[in-house]
Design a protein around this ligand. Sequence first.
Ligand code: 2RA
Length: 337
Amino acid sequence: DGPSVAIVGVTGAVGQEFLRVLKERDFPYSRMKLLASARSAGSMVEWDGETHTIEELTDGSFGGVDIALFSAGGSISKKFAPLAAEAGCTVVDNSSAFRMSEGVPLVIPEVNPEAMAGMRAGRGGIVANPNCSTIIALMAVTPLHRASRIKRMVVSTYQAASGAGQAAMDELELQTREALDGRPITQNIFPFQYAFNLFSHNSPMTGNGYNEEEMKMVKETRKIWGEPDIAITATCIRVPVMRAHAESINLEFEDSLSEEQALEALAAAPGVSIINDREANRFPTPLDASNRDDVYVGRVRRDISRPGNSGLDLFVCGDQIKKGAALNAVQVAELLL
Ligand code: 2RA
């Protein structure tokens, strides 16, 4: 029978999505263990026709567990993922804790499954789930890179509230109601109004003027593609959208790739849907992508600021909680079976 599975951080937005996706994909688990902080331990969860009691996460939680899906923040992963791996459990970690660690594969199943070749459920090890904005960009850009090598990538992201957790989604809704009613705005999550506003991504600033979210895009892309020298820059913005990220991407090729060639590569790409109707002026929106598995690509056009077909612009939308986190992690877990 199938692997025994544990979910660490089951009460969070991604933890809840793990449960939905495991069910949707009929993941062949034999036992399910729901782990969270002491605060949530003891509460019951109806899932897959059974009542499950949430258990407190402890050092000994992973005995007999074959696969553990983590999404409880970097400090929890740093503390417990190595313990789980030592107990023989194979960890799929959605946090950023081990993404850049030597020997830890950073995997998007449609892009670089070979990076985790040989890993199996119940044989220990850690696989890192990339950052959501990296996954969404690379689902669309990798097929193009494989059709014609990319020299430089410029990404501007428009990131949903869900990336900052359920509390940020709740606050966006509350502030929107308050703003429409002309009431004072409740501000707990971000130090500025979120409703009817947008702002530089809330991750910490680093030494070079880029924030951590932008540097994740740069570093994770280089690791996933195995291209330490590829030129990448990113600007990450938080926008008042619930759960799907949007990203504007400009590519410069070493040689060239025409719009037709790009659309052909995208049409053949797994996990990618195209919305690119110029006559109807219809292109991807976050609401097209919300709660969907695929990333949605459109606005595919030759970059008129470059000679010939050496440049291309495109626009991508993807569900941050699903393909940006929980779905990608479950697809990684499927590669462990
Ligand atoms: C964000 N990438 O959207 C983060 C989520 N982990 O803020």
